[in-house]
Structure formats: C-alpha cells, structure tokens
Write a protein that binds this ligand. Structure first.
Ligand SMILES: [Cu+2]
Length: 674
C-alpha cells in the first residue's frame, strides 16, 4: 500500500497538537473510510454494520477513563439528550443560533475529549443517530480538523454532503423528480437572478461552490467560538480574520471591475440596503431561504440585535483606533498602534473568544451577519428560517455580504492608515536587486462546466433504487502560468517573495494612484526561496500558489479510494487534499476582459532569515498557509499580512527606490462568453 501518510511535506508539528492518544489510531485509510461512512447520507440512519452496532450498543458514559476530561463533556451531552433539550432531527441548523451552536459544540467537546480513535468513532456513531444532523455534521467536521485523531483525513466536499446549501432549489426539485420517476438526470444550475440585475454579472464569484467551501472551511479552521482549552492557540487568528476577508473583498472588486461594475460600496446602518436578494435556495428541512426586497431599511431584530447597538459598537471600535488602544475587560490598555494591533482589532471586530472585551466592543461582524440576514422578517412575523447570511456556506451568495465586509474592511483600513508608513529600511533588502518581473504564458481565463453529485440531496429508501443525479455549473478557470523573476544578490540569502496582482484602473478607466491601488491588491503567492550570490532566475508555477488549494476530489472518489486503500491497493494522494481552506486554484486570476484588463503585478523580495521555519517552507508547494495558516503551528511569516502594501504609501518613491521591490503591468484576457 502506497498511501502517502507523510502528512504534508513540511513539519506540521504534531508537537503543538493536543496529544492524548493512549494507543495509536488505525491507519489513514481506515480512518478516512470511517469518516466517509459517518458522513454518508447524514440525514438517514447509519447503514454500515460496525457503526450501526456502535450506535446501538455503545454506552458513552460507561467508562469515563476513555475521556481526557473524565467524561464531563459526554455526561453533559447525555443529560441534555435525556432531558429532551436537544434540537430535533430534520430541522435546519445555524451556527449563528446560540443554542444550536452550543449543542453542536457539546458534541465537538465529546469528540475532542475522546482519548482514542475508537472512543471518538463510537461517540460519533452514537450521537449521529440521536442529535440534529446539521449539528452532527458541523461537530464532526470541526473535530476532524482540530483533533490530532483526524490528522491526514480529507473531508468530503460539503457541496456533496449538504448539497442544499450550495445548490439552487430549481435543481434540487429536479433531482427529487428524477429520483421519484427513477430517471437519471444531469441538471444545469444557473446563477440566481436575471440580467436585469447588474449584480448577477458577478454572481459566479459569490455562488462558486469552491469559493463557498473555502469560506466555510476558513471559519471552521478559525472558529469564533474557539477556546484554547481545546488544546492549542490559533496564531494570529484576528489578523487572519481581517486578511482572509480583505482578500475576499478585493477579489470580488476585481471581478466587478472585470465586468464593468464599480467596486462594491460599504453598508451603512442609516441608509437603505439598495440591493435586495432572492436566494433561490431551499433548506432540506424548514422551507425556503428568505428573500430581501430592494431598498430595505435596517430595523431592530426583536430580542437579538438592535441597529443602535451596531452603531455604538462601531463607534467604540473607531474610538479605540483613534486613541491607539483597546480597553480590556479589566480596564487595562492594549496598545494597538503597532504591527500586532490588527490582530487584537480582528479579535474584537469578529468578535471571537479571543476578544479582550466583548462586553464593551460587542461582536460587530457576527451581529452584522444576523441583523442583515433578518431584514426580510425582523420581527419574526412570518416565522421564516435563517437567511443565507446566517450560514458560512451560503453567505457570499448575497451581494450584501461583500458590502458588509467592505464596511468592516474600511474600519481595518482606518487602523492601518493610523500607522506610520514603512521606511525604506523596513521594506528594503540591501544587496538584493529584483531586476526583472514577468510571467511566462498568457494570462487567460475562461468558464468551464463542472459536475457535482446530488445523490445526497434526495432521500433514499430500501425499496427505491438509487438514481444518478448531478448538477452542472459553470465556473471560472484559467490557464496555468509561471512567474519569472530575475534577482541579483550580493550574497547567499534566504528570501521571501510576495506577489500581488492589483487592478490598475477604476471602473471609469482612471488609473489608481499608488496609494489608492495598493488596498485593492490581490495576494497571489508568498514563498520562501534561497538566493545564491550572483544572478538568480526564480520560476514559480501558478499551481504552487500558497494562497490556493487544488479541486477537492468528489465524495464518491474519496469513498472509492479509501475502500481501495483499506484493501491495500490505492496510490491516491490523500495528503494533497487534506486542506480545503484556500482559494480554489482555478480562481487565482480574476476574470479580466476580452481585450485584456490591466493589472499591476507587484513583487517584493525581502529578507526571510527571521521568518519561522524558512528551511521547511523553501520546499513547500501545496500549503494554503497564506490565508489559512498551518494547523497547530505558528503563522509562517513574521511580517504583517499584506506587507509591504498594508500601510499608507504617501510617497511611492520610498517603495520604488528600494531595488528589491518592483512591478510590471500585465493583462488578463477573458476567453469565451459569460
Ligand atoms: Cu467570513
């Protein structure tokens, strides 16, 4: 068996992970197979003998020595179950619903506290049959990601596990009909809305199923509910919150500019929400996702969040930025006018449990998702289920998501603009000269059809045969290309290379100034390399980008390959797909235009000597660490995210006079139709 068990090519140190294995877990093939089986048709009873047996015969609290916490978590969950306090099955689940989140996390806690693989699986099987399926899927995904027991397992694409959250209702209905009539079918999924809505031109971005998987997985990797007591600290979580969402926003803006739309405007609490949204998406249980008409005015959401709270919290945060410090809950001051300030700000804006004072600064981001999402039924008069904004799987479908994030992005910008610009010394690299920046191959984008499975969107029964049903959707892709950088170095050096792609003109064709343009830059890659003394030619493939991930294999591929691996006959490279956080590589380039849209390709080569783990990273090619960090490890770069473009550049000569920074103008051509 040639299973690639060497988890990733760098030292993803198990050392930083919680170690509570009393005996070693089964090999990856068996663990992968079991997770596949636990997730297979998650709304229906288990159908694999060993898991069925565990669900029927395992007594979770019979032996509390099986747990790291002596069974505290499992007893708590069992008590809730016995007292009939848990959400029923066949009901929608939303992470933004406080009680539902608590329930999902009770199960997560049980899995995290299981000392052995066997205990975790027995509990997963037992509670799968007894708790809400949405809560179960969430808890299991989070546990596979965060427990050392889950290391190496590839989580199946959520668009095939919970297809309703990714697929238009029209297609889901067709899949049901196909099943009922026993007629296999492949159904085309269109982007929501019509050409009368100019926002539809960029719906391919917000509705891209791969982009949605990136977004939901980012929030699983860096949950706002994360508590270090689970075993480790999430390094620079607040800053990553800022940076990952800033990058989503600038990418969306680049797609807008590619489609003759202005960059997205921020959301204002005191102005109407101009664009409405009709999601054309339905819950598996609990009706349609609510529709918001055009020009809705913000209203308080009864019992949950008031508009004035948003304004008050925003103004407290802006005060902190203006004063240069955050006030912690105990009254102490945390200086934010430094490189670490952005991390604290991210913590208080989201807010996460890392917020030093959630009581005072509130939870701007999380509350904004809820208040914006509820504007279709703010007083609960129509008993509508939660909106797309209240699920990370679906939120980016609503164009208002990007307005919301532009709003928060501008708050972060206010902070970054309060910091002094970098000096030539801070962004320079004496002795290193970037003499040429270029790209081999034409930068060309196109749309292609992608098919995904809908079998798990429809119910099954023993008396009705399985029928092949799938959806076909159009999605953005590009030709692979290679960067070519020529660097002269006076001596041997460890260097870090940062690559950005920045739209050159606004929607009126006016060239952005350096200072305007730098905030719109898309981070394309960041990598470490060794420079030898003399001339160096660095070539870097677009497929190696540390921002992106390859396409996740389909659930049916994962099932087949895990089964083969268990039987000892698979050479499938599971390790390549263990991370689904990261921009899909096919979306690395924005769409561009038929005649070629201009972008500045900005490259910065700086000293990598002081960065974490540069030796290991010089060999790394498949890690999406730039937006998603490295599990259980420190973020592998000591500079602020976005460096050296994250701070004001009032005088571009400072930037351009340092020989290690350079840019060139490139064009992105869009081939075909959209
Ligand atoms: Cu998000």
């Amino acid at each position: 068996m040639k299973l690639v068990l060497a988890v990733l090519c760098l030292a993803v140190g198990a050392s930083a992970w919680p170690q509570w294995l009393s005996d070693s877990p089964p090999d990856l093939a068996h663990r992968q197979q079991t997770v596949n089986r636990l997730l297979y048709r998650s709304t229906e009873p288990l159908r694999f003998d060993e898991l069925e047996a565990a669900a029927a015969n395992f007594h979770p609290d019979a032996d509390t020595s099986l747990y790291k916490d002596d069974g505290v978590a499992v007893k708590r969950l069992l008590k809730e179950l016995e007292d009939h306090r848990l959400l029923e099955k066949h009901h929608w689940f939303s992470l933004f619903n406080t009680r539902q989140r608590e329930e999902a996390l009770m199960l997560f806690d049980v899995l995290m506290n299981s000392k052995t693989w066997e205990t975790a699986v027995n509990n997963a099987a037992y509670f799968r049959e007894r708790v809400n399926e949405g809560e179960f899927v969430y808890a299991l995904y989070a546990a596979v990601i965060h427990s050392s027991l889950g290391e190496g397992i590839v989580l199946p694409p959520l668009y095939e596990v919970t297809p309703h959250l990714f697929t238009n209702s029209e297609v889901i209905q067709k899949a049901y009909t196909a099943k009922m009539t026993q007629t296999p079918g492949k159904f085309r999924m269109e982007f929501t809305g019509s050409k009368k809505n100019s926002e539809q031109r960029v719906a391919y971005f917000g509705e891209d199923i791969g982009m949605n998987v990136h977004h939901v997985t980012w929030h699983l990797d860096f949950p706002f509910w994360w508590n270090d007591a689970y075993g480790y600290h999430l390094d620079r979580k607040g800053e990553l919150f800022f940076w990952a969402h800033h990058q989503l926003t600038v990418r969306f803006d680049a797609e807008r500019l590619s489609n003759n739309l202005d960059v997205v405007d921020e959301l204002y609490w005191d102005r109407p929400i101009k664009e409405g949204f009709a999601p054309h998406t339905t819950y598996r249980y609990g009706g349609e996702f609510p529709t918001r008409p055009d020009n809705a005015r913000f209203e308080d959401v009864d019992g949950i969040v008031r508009v004035r709270d948003m304004i008050i919290h925003e103004s407290r945060i802006r005060d902190a930025i203006a004063q240069g410090y955050i006030t912690a809950a105990d009254g102490t001051k945390i200086d934010i006018r430094n490189s670490e300030g952005i991390d604290h700000l991210g913590d208080i804006i989201e807010s996460s449990l890392y917020s030093p004072n959630a009581q005072y600064y509130g939870a701007l981001h999380n509350s904004a998702h809820v208040i914006l999402g509820r504007q279709a039924d703010p007083h609960g008069k129509f008993n509508l289920p939660p909106s797309v904004m209240e699920h990370f799987e679906t939120a980016t479908r609503d164009p208002a998501f990007f307005r919301l994030h532009k709003y928060m992005d501008n708050i972060f910008k206010e902070h970054k603009d309060s910091l002094p610009p970098y000096t030539a010394g801070e962004i320079g690299f004496p002795g290193v000269h970037l003499t040429s920046v270029g790209v081999e191959g034409k930068l060309e984008t196109y749309f292609e059809d992608f098919e995904f499975d809908l079998k798990m969107a429809v119910d099954s029964s023993e008396s009705v045969n399985e029928v092949d049903v799938s959806a076909t959707v159009s999605r953005l892709n590009h030709n692979d290309f290679t960067y070519k950088f020529e660097i002269k170095s006076d001596s041997e050096e460890h260097a870090v290379v940062r690559v950005f792609l920045c739209p050159r003109r606004d929607s009126n064709g006016i060239i952005f100034t350096f200072e305007e343009g730098r905030w719109h830059c898309i981070e394309m890659d960041k990598f470490w390399t060794k420079l030898s003394a003399g001339a160096n030619v660095i070539k870097r493939k677009s497929t190696d980008s540390s921002v992106t991930v390859p396409d996740v294999p389909s659930f049916s591929t994962l099932i087949a390959e895990a089964d083969k691996a268990v039987a000892g006959s698979s050479d499938f490279d599971f390790a390549r797909y263990t991370r689904s956080c990261g921009i899909p590589n096919r979306m690395l380039l924005p769409k561009g235009s038929a005649t070629g849209m201009e972008f500045a390709l900005v490259v910065s080569v700086t000293n990598g000597e002081s960065d974490e783990q540069h030796d290991a990273l010089e060999d790394a090619t498949t890690q999406s660490h730039t937006l998603c960090g490295i599990h259980g490890e420190k973020y592998p770069d000591h500079q602020p995210m976005g460096f050296p473009l994250d701070r004001r550049i009032p005088d571009e000569r400072v930037f351009l006079s340092s020989d290690n920074n350079a840019y060139t103008i490139v064009k992105i051509y869009f081939k075909g139709e959209h």
